[in-house]
Design a protein around this ligand. Sequence first.
Ligand code: IPD
Ligand code: CA
Ligand code: CA
Ligand code: CA
Length: 284
Amino acid sequence: PVPPAIDPVALSEIAERVALEAGRLILDERPRDLGVAETKTSDTDIVTVMDQRSQDLLLTRLGELRPDDGFHGEERGGRAGTSGISWVVDPIDGTVNYLYDIPAYAVSVAAVVGDPSTPGTWRPVAAAVVNPLSQECFTAALDAGAHRTVGAGPRRRLRVEDAPLGVSLCGTGFGYDADRRRWQGAVVAEVLPHVRDIRRLGSAALDLCRVADGSLDVYYERGLNPWDLAAGWLVVTEAGGVVTDLEGGHPGATMTVAGGLGNHADLRALLGRVVARVGQEKDH
Ligand code: IPD
Ligand code: CA
Ligand code: CA
Ligand code: CA
């Protein structure tokens, strides 16, 4: 249950403010000679200096605005809080797009209740996802809806559409581990004949927001971390959509499936059958 002292709308305004500021930073200060600063779990799992700078900015700003809250981000540095609220941030979601200057990356900021480092125990109450290049800003607050603005344009409420799965445009993504990718390739091959088409756009946070605004119909991915998923999850559910794992529970590392009421159920059922056929990741 959400502690009564929490004001999701006020938290979403903070999320929006800091995400816009970090978005400006990664856009305005992207070095011309941007390279890979370090790699993490594999050679393809990259970090740039701007991932770290964006996270540092979010850590500092949220610490000033909400000193009692926890902070849980993708890059190094975090803190435990005392308020029961934590900020779950992806300082650049879509780092590979950012490295290649493909305009599909975002800053993702969510306020969650529960413990974001323990799977299944937390849920988002406020969120903002900002694509600094397109100037799109998606926000959501628990029980107060999801909205999209572009630059200084009007704020529009989002409503998930629910196209039949067979004519749904389906987003997905791939992790950085070679065995996982083989498994994901086998799964996507079995999903492709059952949907309108597949898109791999390169930012899980934006993929989820696209389900909310209808520029994708459904989305699934294995292996997401809380920072990939926290903000976009709330944007979808506040737009009337559904986000779960394969069993209908908390979305996360095993699987995240997003869509409208009907196509989510159909995609989840399809993925259940496909995963049973394709077998375990370690066998690929
Ligand atoms: C990645 C992106 C990508 C998804 C990967 C994520 P990053 O996040 O969201 O679309 O397929 O699973 O790890 O590393 O760019 O923040
Ligand atoms: Ca990353
Ligand atoms: Ca990410
Ligand atoms: Ca990232």
